[in-house]
Design a binder for this molecule. Structure first.
Ligand code: HEC
Ligand code: HEC
Ligand code: HEC
Length: 478
């Protein structure tokens, strides 16, 4: 294969950004048609839940968990600037920008196409512009969207908007987010229309999805657990929506709660198992390593955050207080461990390359993984694979003892080679160039397979066809 023929589709086509979820269209369509009549009946006869139906008891208890452990102010005292500041913090915790900012020059004005099983949904403008944003929304409208997934006109919103998690967030926190959004510069911009095929363009059908996959209601603290655990549970189950990527989905794309956090693939990236399982999950990471990973995107000898997780760190978790990050870790430690059948933790594979002369001696054939590695990667990661800069901020990481290289599938490694790493935090500006434009699919496959064999899990490999497919994945994370 020549360089040019294996490089399709062109990079421009990949620049469009979207979220992809596996689609079992036929099953889904059949299920929808079967239940459509029932849902129509339900819609006509079942009274719509309204915000005032909330149970005051759970609200009062949830308000307590929504306070950071060290917060001095009582909820009633939070007003004006404090309210807006708190709203900004919570907006970051909810990573609203990840989906509602498509173009950095138009923050929160929407326009990001999200690929869903129902077709492409484009995120709306949530700046205070009265005509194109949410400037005319009342607080009750906003609460109803966040808690029930219902838009201003009473229409059902699609679950690509993570209201299944945001429903856990207290009224007080939702209103703080609203107060912050109100202070944004209104941007007059109407995002392109959704592109959904029948029957998925029928919003009322989401009532059916909700019936099986959505439980409305605020977070209820568990008195059997510590305040720290409850704070972590409140954040993880609510604003931080970690489940959306790390929990596998059922055929309706609802979350499989029996396998929470056991890992799932989205847009070509494997969001790893983060249960406390010692082999398949993150059970043998220390607490401070997990906190460092969420705060900076790097935990030396464990993992680096690329792709969608790099974005989560850069837009969201780097801004969380140490107290909140520790709470998240405390909660994650308590979910049931789930084994994926691996025999060794992802970050415990690999040994340094010992002999560079063997690599130098061979003729370059264009698809020799070892030679390609020395030519393209060794300047930063060293030919031994041990990286440069050890655990200093912004170091070129070791490929040995790195979860992406030791994972049981090589998706993320191929994605990192294709798309590079770009993550800006207060800790470091991290940049690995994307090789998608320079390397053919067979070259990417050859480097990937050399790297897993030499520095990682030798059982994990990719084919040229798999790399071609990974190239076509749309990119939601940059
Ligand atoms: C994972 C992507 C994602 C994240 C994260 C996200 N949203 Fe959205 N949001 C969407 C999508 C997609 C829609 C449109 C749903 C539809 O058209 O049915 C939407 C719709 C909305 C709407 C309804 C707007 C309208 O015009 O109908 C509001 C309000 C909203 N989001 C606020 C927020 C806030 C506040 C946050 C952060 C706490 C947030 N969103 C985070 C994807 C997201
Ligand atoms: C938008 C999708 C997405 C969301 C939301 C998300 N993650 Fe991730 N996460 C990923 C992906 C993808 C990876 C793998 C990244 C890589 O290979 O560089 C990952 C990796 C991780 C890892 C490292 C695991 C390892 O062994 O390398 C941890 C820990 C983690 N996530 C925790 C969290 C927590 C906690 C949250 C919620 C605060 C969260 N993630 C939210 C997609 C996501
Ligand atoms: C210009 C320097 C540079 C070059 C060249 C380079 N990298 Fe990287 N690489 C980096 C940086 C910087 C990071 C991110 C470090 C971080 O996350 O803190 C990184 C991260 C990685 C990771 C970890 C990603 C994760 O999610 O854990 C892998 C694997 C990797 N590189 C492989 C490669 C391969 C294979 C090549 C050659 C095709 C290569 N790199 C070329 C600088 C480079």
């Amino acid at each position: 294969m020549t360089k040019n023929t294996s490089r399709v589709p062109p990079e421009e086509a990949l620049v469009q950004r979207a979220r992809h979820r596996r689609f079992r269209g036929a099953t889904l369509a059949a299920a929808f048609s079967l239940f459509a009549l029932y849902v129509a009946w339900h819609e006509a006869h079942g009274p719509e839940a309204r915000p005032e139906d909330e149970l005051p008891i759970t609200r009062a208890r949830a308000d307590a968990a929504s306070q950071p452990a060290n917060a001095a102010a009582t909820p009633a005292a939070v007003t004006g600037n404090d309210l807006v500041k708190r709203g900004e913090y919570l907006t970051r915790a909810g990573d609203c920008a990840a989906c509602h900012t498509a173009d950095k020059s138009r923050p929160f004005a929407g326009g990001l196409p999200i690929d869903t099983p129902f077709g492409t949904i484009v995120t709306p403008n949530i700046t205070p512009d009265p005509a194109t944003g949410i400037g005319r929304w009342s607080d009750a409208d906003f609460l109803r969207a966040m808690h029930e997934g219902i838009g201003k006109g009473g229409e059902r919103l699609y679950p690509a908007f993570p209201y299944a998690e945001y429903t856990r967030v207290t009224e007080q926190d939702v209103l703080a987010i609203r107060a912050y959004l109100n202070t944004l510069t209104p941007i007059h911009y109407t995002p392109p229309a959704n592109n959904l095929t029948f029957p998925f363009n029928q919003r009322w059908l989401m009532a059916f999805w909700n019936l099986f996959n959505f439980t409305e209601g605020r977070f209820v603290p568990d008195p059997k657990h510590s305040a720290e655990w409850n704070r972590g549970a409140y954040l993880v189950q609510g604003l931080a929506h970690c489940d959306e990527c790390h929990t596998p989905r059922n055929f309706m794309q609802g979350l499989k709660s029996s396998s929470r956090f056991s890992g799932a693939v989205q847009a070509g990236w494997h969001a790893f198992n983060i249960t406390p399982d010692k082999i398949s999950g993150v059970g043998d990471w220390r607490n401070d390593e997990l906190v460092a990973y969420l705060a900076t995107g790097a935990a030396a000898g464990r993992a680096n955050a690329a792709g969608p997780m790099g974005e989560v760190v850069a837009d969201s978790t780097q801004y969380l207080t140490p107290v909140d990050l520790r709470s998240i870790v405390t909660y994650l430690r308590s979910v049931p461990p789930i084994s994926g059948g691996e025999t060794r933790p992802r970050h415990q594979w690999g040994s340094p390359a010992a002999d560079v002369t063997a690599l130098r001696g061979t003729t370059i054939s264009g698809v020799n993984g070892a030679q390609l590695f020395v030519a393209n990667c060794a300047t930063c990661h060293s030919w031994t694979g041990q990286g440069v800069g050890a655990s200093a901020p912004g170091a070129y990481p070791s490929l040995i003892h790195n979860s992406t290289v030791g994972a049981s599938d090589a998706n993320n490694l191929a994605m990192v080679i294709l798309h590079g790493v770009s993550r800006t935090t207060t800790h470091a500006d991290v940049l690995m160039p994307a090789f998608g434009n320079q390397l053919t699919n067979d070259q990417v496959a050859a480097i990937t397979n050399y790297v897993t064999r030499q520095f990682g899990n030798p059982q994990s490999s990719v084919t040229v066809e798999q790399v071609a497919k990974l190239r076509t994945q749309l990119r939601p994370w940059q």
